[in-house]
Design a protein around this ligand. Sequence first.
Ligand code: NDP
Length: 479
Amino acid sequence: MKNAASSDVTRRRVQNGANGSAGEKKEEESAQWGRAWEVDWFSLISVVALLLLAPVLVLFLVMVCDQYQCSISQPVLDLYQGRTTLLSIWARVPSPTWMAAKIYTAWVVFQVVLYMCIPDVLHKVLPGYVGGVQEGATTPAGLINQYQINGLQCWLLTHFLWLANAQYFHFFSATIIFDHWMPLMWCANLLGYTVSTFVFIKAYLFPTNPQDCKFTGNMLYNYMMGIEFNPRVGRWFDFKLFFNGRPGIVAWTLINLSYMAKQQEVYGHVTNSMVLVNLLQGIYVLDFFWNEAWYLKTIDICHDHFGWYLGWGDCVWLPYLYTLQGLYLVYHPVQLSQTHFLLVLLLGLVGYYIFRATNHQKDLFRRTQGACTIWGGQPAFIQCSYRSADGAVHHSKLLTSGFWGVARHLNYTGDLMGSLAYCAACGFQHLLPYFYLLYMSVLLVHRCLRDEHRCSSKYGPDWHRYTRAVPHRLLPGIF
Ligand code: NDP
């Protein structure tokens, strides 16, 4: 199958090389938008660095909470001053346990069952909620995939059972996640690497859509960034949709609840900072599932291929590093002053509003083909066209009204304001809870540049008209 896919690509390239005019070559290139066919040295070094360092970083940050009261500098100082060695730090890392393996297996199997076996009914009863079978965006090869959207239902069912257990049944402790946090990390890693390796091999042996595979010629890059665009098993088990949303994002709020329960158990009360982190991140997670159908049109689903970056990232990076604030608050139960609490709450809610309203404006505009109202008026836009790999010409529109007229990625700005709020809820004693803000800034600035590069090759001169009309990316007048 791989040969079929790559020979198809080769055939087009050979034709271009032998007979194609410069214009045809340009058209062919523009039809490959979103696909880095040539891997440069910088990308390769970044890939190797990430593959080697990201798992160590996750282990380090969680371990310093477990062993060093969340002080990042302490183990580094101990090493520097010869009070400890890397081996003795390693010896303090908790080992995998059978109990953690059982908990993790039960968790993942439960989420697979919810995802695969219970079709969405919420869209029939909840006004305004879009669920059930939905279509994704057109892939670079010109395909449109169908998805079973039932994330909100899975999230609600999971949390209902969790709360029922905590309140009435007590089959397991509400602190179960915190209590097994380090051993569970080994299981999450095992799943992350297994999934990434499986989809890598699958792409060569039995790809779901060979036309949408991306073979760069570099194995490491392929493993990391993914070959298949939408790997599936059967008609409905979509790896990207499942792993991006569940088990990681469903778990996010449960992990925070488990931290809250641990604070209660250890200190006899829950701090207002813990409530704030649970509340703001809870809104973000709930928003994600309420808008899961919209999510099909975001970069993760409609542009990124599925490899280690998404597979391992969703299993390990997301649940472990997005929840660092709650973990920190278990070790440092910060009680915020009323002013601090209200300022952080305001920052988080305003950030969320900008994030959601910006995303909503684009979604509404694209869904209604511009037949809608943005900030009380008819939307302004730039008409543009692009070509898919099958040669077909498609038309699209780039919105220049509302938040999309203020900056080209104000949704990222709102997201960053929310991230700052989660961190600021932990006070200013330690650096560790601020890791999330640092990470999100790097992620979203890089994503912004990556997306603009892709849009530029997709839309060509139309994209440049857009960047002239809306000159700034994240902060009007600054960047
Ligand atoms: P966007 O939702 O901004 O999607 C970018 C795409 O939108 C572009 O590729 C282009 O796609 C289209 N587009 C760009 N400009 C316009 C315009 N003016 N009018 C209409 N369409 C336009 O980005 P993401 O998918 O990256 O992010 C979605 C949300 O998810 C963001 O709010 C982000 O903050 C959040 N996010 C959160 C993460 C987290 O870990 N917490 C990680 C990543 C994202 P097309 O080809 O269709 O034209």
